[in-house]
Design a protein. Structure first.
Length: 123
């Protein structure tokens, strides 16, 4: 549900708002929309990323635990999701539809959940 809500909020509603404001600011709409939407989506993902080193042993093994592990893990999450956000915005812009972005977002989330579910069942 969160993925669908974020897609509608960011890629539909915010995209429409930025499309109205972009020309007023004399910024190309595609650049303004992508920048604004990626920023909004990154803010959406910062809070969940802060606890990832405590809840995911694999991430803790890569980044470490405690304060020294949180900052780089949040940074990696922000950069990774920003790149995905640019791709989602571009899919939205080129297709004129939310469906390709939502489908890819769902596929990427599922690609992360499936191995985690399998590992939890095995261990």
């Amino acid at each position: 549900m969160g993925m669908l809500l974020s897609a509608v909020a960011v890629l539909a509603v915010a995209h429409a708002l930025v499309n109205r404001v972009g020309p007023v600011l004399h910024v190309p709409v595609c650049v303004a929309a992508t920048a604004a939407l990626v920023l909004l989506a990154r803010l959406w993902h910062i809070a969940p990323s802060r606890g990832i080193t405590r809840s995911n042993a694999g991430v803790a093994a890569v980044f470490g635990t405690g304060g020294t592990g949180v900052a780089p893990s949040v940074g990696a999450a922000v950069v990774g999701t920003a790149l995905a956000g640019v791709l989602f915005c571009e899919l939205r812009r080129r297709s004129g539809s939310l469906i390709p972005s939502v489908a890819l977002h769902c596929a990427l989330n599922s690609a992360g959940y499936a191995p985690a579910w399998t590992a939890a069942r095995a261990g």
